[in-house]
Design a protein around this ligand. Structure first.
Ligand SMILES: [Mg+2]
Length: 373
């Protein structure tokens, strides 16, 4: 008799960020996460996380709605079911619930962690095995102030914590953004890669002008310049410029990426376990991308350590991550709720070892940061 799912808890956790994180749609001072704990009938526990960038200003699921979906709709279906057949449980949730991929991602992650702990094997092994044990991680400069961003970047290059940078732009006038980006590229020099994320803020003609300017300034990649549903504009822009486009909000799962590729898009995709519905689910998108000749990039929802570790287990199984990763979420937060934080060094991060995700909750820290009332 295999172990069954005994209980599921979804916990809201709020951790302040180390500095205001300025995006085109909002400025973040706190990151809110939903931590999911699934216990089985043998007393083993699996951990999962669902987190969004800036809540409803980014997408249709909020931390509060994720908790409600897990508590009210997922838990009653999952409790009492065999814990070890993850595909069957995913089929069940897929039939009963459309969308809600962030909530589904937390559940899939927790089930994989639980399975790994039961078998004594890491999640990367459940996904076929890690090809890489150290993954590159860029840093996002998003203070909103050019001099502060340059100072931050030079310090990180010096200590070899990061050598590639992403700039969040799109909330200011185009040429103000271009001057900001060009000044930073000039200051960090040839050896650092500088990319921008517009988070859908431009229309197509602004994007065309912006991409010409950014190409001239030596920028390597432009992320989601136009609104998420404007597939046609992403396709036209990718045909017009040799500066590649990174599709982010436009593509959640494998099907979205297939549609974008079939429409003629070339460039790269920001994979996120949250958008796709989990660390196993996102690898279906990776397969479509590889088949279509679209570059891979390990994207973040600014998850804490649990969601970041889950993503790393998925990314580690791919031979090539053409644009590296942005799994720096834990570094943007002032504190952590795990016993042993991830090890960031040499412009990247180590894949955690040990059964499951290789992550353990610090109960005292969790008690401090869990939302009260
Ligand atoms: Mg993005």
């Amino acid at each position: 008799m295999s172990a069954t799912i005994h209980s599921i808890e979804a916990i809201l956790v709020d951790i302040p960020t180390i500095r205001p994180h300025k995006l085109s749609m909002t400025t973040m001072g706190v990151q809110s996460m939903v931590i999911v704990r699934i216990k089985d009938s043998d007393g083993l526990e699996g951990l999962g996380e669902a987190t969004t960038i800036g809540g409803l200003s980014y997408g249709p699921e909020s931390p509060e709605s994720i908790k409600l979906t897990v508590d009210t709709y997922f838990s009653p279906q999952l409790i009492g079911q065999a814990a070890d057949n993850i595909n069957t449980l995913k089929v069940m949730l897929g039939r009963s619930t459309r969308g809600n991929n962030l909530a589904k991602s937390a559940i899939e992650t927790a089930l994989l962690d639980l399975q790994g702990k039961r078998l004594g094997r890491p999640v990367s092994e459940l996904l076929g095995g890690a090809v890489h044990r150290h993954l590159p991680v860029l840093w996002t400069l998003a203070s909103g102030d050019t001099e502060k961003d340059i100072h931050e970047a030079l310090g990180l290059i010096e200590t070899r914590r990061h050598c590639d940078f992403k700039l969040k732009i799109g909330s200011r006038a185009l040429m103000d953004d271009v001057r900001h980006v060009a000044a930073i590229k000039e200051a960090v020099g040839e050896s650092a890669s500088v990319r921008v994320d517009v988070n859908q803020a431009w229309d197509e003609s602004t994007a065309a002008k912006g991409m010409a300017e950014l190409q001239a300034a030596g920028i390597d990649l432009v992320e989601q310049p136009t609104p998420m549903k404007d597939f046609a504009s992403l396709v036209r822009l990718s045909e017009k410029f040799h500066l590649p486009i990174l599709a982010d909000e436009a593509v959640a799962d494998a099907k979205d990426l297939y549609n974008l590729a079939a429409a003629g898009f070339s460039g790269a995709v920001a994979m996120k376990i949250a958008k796709a519905g989990g660390p196993a689910q996102v690898l279906e998108q990776a397969a479509v991308a590889s088949a279509a000749g679209i570059g891979l990039y390990g994207g973040t929802m600014l998850e804490g350590t649990i969601g970041t570790a889950a993503s790393l287990h998925a990314w580690s199984t791919r031979e090539t991550l053409h644009w590296g990763t942005e799994m720096f979420g834990p570094l943007l937060m002032k504190d952590d709720i795990v016993v042993k934080p991830l090890n960031f060094h040499d412009n990247g991060v180590d894949l955690p070892q040990g059964p499951g995700l290789g992550i353990e909750i610090d109960e005292d820290k969790l008690a401090v940061y869990r939302r009260k009332g």
